[in-house]
Design a protein around this ligand. Structure first.
Ligand code: SF4
Length: 485
């Protein structure tokens, strides 16, 4: 049976979740395994580990499970690489900068800098860069001992055992699998929201994306196993669940129950104690009316859909192999906007894809105006190894990419401001996630995933649900006062 360590509430909020100046203590605090009988490995220097995670929420959650595996083997988590015997980097290769950062971290352990393996550390590279670069990592950084992609995480206990037995180099680089990574123990970082991966890998083949290469084929977790873990999470006090997957709504229950994604959402929402269910990231092609109907019918399903569009030009979408046209995407937007609930819609954009003309870019801007997104992540295209787009001709000059990104971000900011200002006077329930030092200012999230900073005369609100009246708005957050009605 899976076990979850529920860490004291205020101590472990991720700074990433809180862009504001609220208290968000470090999430790297050491946490001991719950099982004192777990064997302590024979590494000289003791069974201590440090892990740093780069990239997306999927990676963050993978690390929570990796930490669970290590704790279960008797290791103890420490707050810095200096204190650790085992140093792991869970890496991201979605953009070049993220991949470079990992090699700069590894460089800190170069024995030539008198800080390498002779200091007794075992260095491991996990995740997308591990999968992408494979054994070449040993060439670039010979002091690394473990290279393991996410599709091989279920092999981690075995790989650790081999390291503990004295092997110098071990790899887990298989991607041809139909298994998901399930752990006996997951050490969750977020005190109020529990992340839970329901589908791994990706069977789409977007021409710019490394994920199908680094995370392997799509494989879903059985619904009963998901629901069992949700019940356990509710038992230890979690009220908010976020279901994860690169294409979460492509979920296909491999068990005999054959639940659709919408049916799974409703089943999770019905678990006693669960008040909020979120999911991310949805692929537009698999966004159906049944999902919108499920959100409409269940108060626990949050009013938010993240639906990456990437471009507003059908020509560019084709080159990206996104499998929908501009018109089809806008139909999905109409479907969601037609719901009874005011579902917020957020998205991702890539500007400067090879061959993107000024006219294509104008189409992206016009789609943005039509869709009226509540928030957007936007990036300049950067070619990634092993992707078809990396070989495409007609690159957009860097300066032009930058200009387009700036124009797009300014327009999106104006849309957000306008949409947020329209919420003034309304009352929303927020889950309180952060507090100012004197506990007079609080921050929480609405069901629509907006950040709402508010004042209250009450104390001890962390983790509670509070009704807040909106009094002001910026492009990225709302402000308000607790509503006592
Ligand atoms: S849907 Fe496309 S962008 Fe998303 S993970 Fe799959 S291949 Fe990458």
């Amino acid at each position: 049976m899976a076990e979850s360590i529920h860490v004291p509430l205020a101590s472990l909020l991720s700074a990433k979740e809180h862009p504001h100046a609220f208290s968000t203590p470090s999430r790297t605090e050491p946490v001991r395994a719950g099982d004192p009988a777990a064997p302590v490995p024979e590494f000289s220097g003791g069974g201590t580990f440090f892990i740093e995670t780069f990239g997306c929420q999927m990676n963050e959650h993978d690390s929570e499970k990796v930490v669970g595996v290590l704790l279960r083997r008797g290791y103890r988590q420490v707050a810095s690489p200096d204190q650790a015997r085992l140093v792991f980097y869970n890496t991201c290769s979605i953009r070049e900068k993220a991949a470079q950062k990992v090699f700069s971290r590894l460089g800190e352990f170069n024995p030539k800098n008198n800080f390498g393996r002779d200091s007794g550390k075992v260095i491991g590279v996990l995740g997308c860069v591990a999968q992408q670069e494979g054994e070449e990592i040993f060439e670039r950084a010979p002091w690394v001992s473990l290279v393991c992609g996410s599709a091989s995480y279920r092999e981690l206990p075995l790989l650790l055992a081999r390291l503990e037995a004295g092997e110098n180099r071990v790899t887990g680089l298989e991607t041809d699998t139909d298994e998901t990574f399930e752990t006996e123990l997951t050490r969750r970082n977020h005190p109020f929201r529990a992340y839970l991966t329901i589908i791994e890998g990706c069977d789409k083949a977007c021409s710019y994306c490394v994920v199908p290469y680094t995370r392997g084929p799509e494989r879903s977790r059985a619904s009963e196993s998901i629901l069992r873990e949700v019940r356990e999470l509710a038992d230890v006090g979690y009220t908010e669940i976020q279901l994860l997957g690169q294409t979460v709504n492509s979920y296909r229950d491999p068990s005999n129950r054959h639940l659709s994604f919408a049916e799974l959402l409703l089943a999770v929402a019905e678990v006693p104690g669960i008040r909020r269910v979120r999911f991310m990231t949805s692929h537009p092609r698999d966004m159906g009316a049944d999902i919108v109907a499920a959100i409409d019918s269940s108060p626990a399903l949050c009013d938010h859909v993240h639906l990456p569009v990437q471009s507003g030009s059908t020509r560019v979408l084709r080159a990206m192999q996104r499998t929908y046209t501009r018109e089809e995407y806008l139909e999905k937007i109409s479907l969601i906007r037609g719901a009874r609930k005011p579902i917020s819609i957020t998205t991702d954009f890539i500007v400067g894809f090879p061959g993107e003309t000024e006219r294509d870019f104008e189409e992206t801007l016009s789609l943005m105006e039509l869709a009226q997104f509540d928030s957007a992540f936007s990036f300049q295209y950067s070619p990634r190894p092993h992707t078809p787009a990396a070989l495409m001709a007609d690159p957009v000059p860097e300066a032009e990419k930058q200009r387009r990104l700036q124009v797009l971000q300014e327009r999106q900011r104006a849309i957000q401001l306008q949409r947020n200002q329209a919420l003034a006077g309304q009352v929303f329930e927020v889950l309180v996630e952060g507090a100012s030092r004197r506990e007079t200012q609080w921050t929480g999230r609405t069901s629509s995933n907006r950040s709402l900073n508010f004042t209250s005369s009450r104390t001890d609100l962390l983790g509670k649900y509070v009704r807040v009246r909106v009094t002001g708005a910026g492009p990225n957050s709302l402000t308000g006062n607790e509503s006592i009605e």
